[in-house]
Design a protein around this ligand. Structure first.
Ligand code: NAP
Ligand code: MG
Length: 499
């Protein structure tokens, strides 16, 4: 019988899945890269190779775009009814649910996150997203428009049509869920897709590809091309026959995507980085705020674009909140994601671990102090201890730049107006948190913060119905909710005289 310290038993299908080299999905066929090349994906808990995956590049992107183009322009997808589209998306959600444990294990092995968290967060979140978007397929309405042109009578109306062939490039922090945020609205609106998963975490997207076929979504509608950003990703962003590119990742790469898209002026939507302020007032319910502030930064090992990475606490409660968050951090059990007792797994890669550790070093060099954690854990796998930094200020790199790891900087404040200025003094604007019992103040601060999402007395609450995206350099457009449908549709005005 399994003891609490034994790793979760791999399902037979996951064992089989990783034992074989994985191919890419183009036009309904599983194929090798045109170059014949493969690349390894690693298990970040051990640093060992987990599986080898076909390495797509420009040639494969060309093949996938041709398939998507044909499926969109003349294939069965162009004739399918909205109701049938909705049913296919719903069926895909059901299939994911049937394979939930396999997906949870693949996410844990490939990304490092605890399998226990993938089971309750990533996989249900993915299923919910597809179900929510299935409902939208039948509700993409235009308007009738009363127009006054030429003083004559006209019938004028708008149609909401799919934008066409969409390139989607996603990151490694929530591999399957990011795929659902992208594919859900694309399928609901009738677009065709070329999806490029992140090189660190291609496996769950490839299993999803098998279920897309099993659901009966026609060949060529969804093509999945794993590979590197500089080759496959760049070729997709620049491709002249792609109508839109949807990207989630770093602000730096987001800017490259914008440049690459200029050739054919394809539509661009971007979900980028963040350095989100989490603001605690002294009148907050401090006992509820402390675990909330800890979860805001440590969830997913801090590898969240919306992580509450700048903790601002009103001076009177600063020590209590910092002590509380530090104590909780010290109790987080850091270990391999496949151990059932693990609260926090390794970071996704050696590169990410080194990046986070070099931020810690830069913090210390500028005078910051860790109240807990503060370094790598062990020498095998890519583990970093949950860390709280004090003695920090807005001039320091650790306060200005996105660390994308389990590191929060804590800063006291006295003056509320000054706090708002400091909270907004960032190139990012993705999310923010406000903790207070004063509802007037909560909503006033929420209106003053330049961020796409403001959580009041909570953090990291997501729902497929609630839009998410960034102000400033955190992105263009909103994903989720009905807002995202605007990113995947064109509006056509049609007008005719009727007298
Ligand atoms: P990244 O380097 O920007 O990678 C994101 C994706 O872009 C990957 O699939 C990557 O491919 C690809 N890529 C890299 N260079 C490219 C290029 N020149 N052209 C086209 N595609 C390219 O970011 P990351 O390090 O994987 O992810 C962490 C970042 O993503 C953080 O900054 C985080 O804030 C942000 N993020 C934002 C959100 C959001 O919703 N706003 C969500 C998650 C993450 P390869 O990995 O294969 O090289
Ligand atoms: Mg991996």
């Amino acid at each position: 019988m399994a003891t609490a310290t034994q790793a979760v038993q791999l399902t037979d299908s996951v064992s089989r899945y990783i034992a074989k080299s994985r191919q890419m999905l183009i036009n309904g066929k599983w194929v090798d890269a045109a170059s014949g090349k493969t690349f390894p994906t690693y298990n970040p808990a051990t640093g060992e190779v987990l599986a080898n995956v076909a390495e797509g590049d420009k040639e494969d992107i060309n093949r996938a775009v041709a398939a998507a183009r044909a499926a969109f322009d003349t294939g069965p997808w162009s004739r399918i009814t909205p109701s049938e589209r909705g049913k296919l998306i719903w069926k895909l959600a059901d299939l994911i649910e049937n394979h939930a444990e396999e997906f949870a294990q693949l996410e844990s092995l490939d990304n490092g996150k605890p399998v226990t968290i993938a089971r309750i967060a990533d996989i249900p979140g993915t299923i919910d997203m597809f179900r929510y978007m299935a409902g939208w397929a039948t509700k993409l309405e235009g308007n009738t428009i009363p127009i006054s042109a030429h003083g004559a009578k006209f019938l004028a109306y708008t149609l909401r049509e799919p934008v066409g062939v969409v390139g989607q490039i996603i990151p490694w922090n929530f591999p399957l869920m990011m795929a659902s945020w992208k594919l859900g609205p694309a399928l609901a609106t009738g677009c065709c897709v070329i999806l490029k998963p992140a090189e660190q975490t291609p496996l769950s997207a490839l299993l999803l590809g098998e279920l897309i076929q099993e659901a009966g979504i026609p060949d060529g509608v969804v093509n999945i091309v794993p590979g590197y950003g500089e080759t496959a990703g760049a070729a997709l962003a620049a491709h002249p026959n792609v109508d839109k590119i949807a990207f989630t990742g770093s602000t730096e790469v987001g800017k490259l995507i914008v440049h690459a898209a200029t050739g054919n002026l394809k539509k661009v939507s971007l979900e980028l980085g963040g350095k989100s302020p989490n603001v605690v007032f002294q009148d907050a319910d401090i006992d509820a705020t402390i675990p909330g502030a800890a979860m805001a930064i440590f969830f997913n090992h801090g590898q969240c674009c919306c992580a509450g990475s700048r903790l601002y606490v009103e001076a009177k409660e600063f020590d209590k909140v910092v002590d509380g968050v530090s104590q909780l951090a010290s109790k987080i059990r850091v270990g391999p994601g496949m151990e059932p007792t693990t609260d926090m797994g390794p970071l996704v890669s050696e590169e990410q671990m080194n990046k986070v550790c070099s931020y810690l070093e830069s913090g210390y060099a500028e005078g910051a102090k860790a109240t807990v954690g503060g370094s790598r854990q062990g020498d095998k796998g890519y583990f970093v201890k949950p860390t709280v930094l004090v003695n920090t200020n807005e001039k320091m790199k650790v306060v200005r730049e996105e660390i994308f790891g389990p590191v929060v900087t804590a800063i006291p404040f006295k003056d509320v107006d000054d706090l708002v200025v400091k909270a907004n003094a960032t190139e990012y604007g993705l999310a923010a948190g406000v903790w207070t019992r004063d509802i007037g103040k909560a909503h006033r601060i929420a209106s003053q913060l330049r961020a796409g999402t403001v959580w009041i007395n909570c953090y990291n609450v997501f729902d497929p119905a609630m839009p998410f995206g960034g102000y400033k350099q955190s992105g263009w457009g909103r994903e989720m909710g009905h807002e995202v449908l605007n990113l995947y549709t064109e509006v056509k005005s049609v007008c005719t005289p009727i007298s």
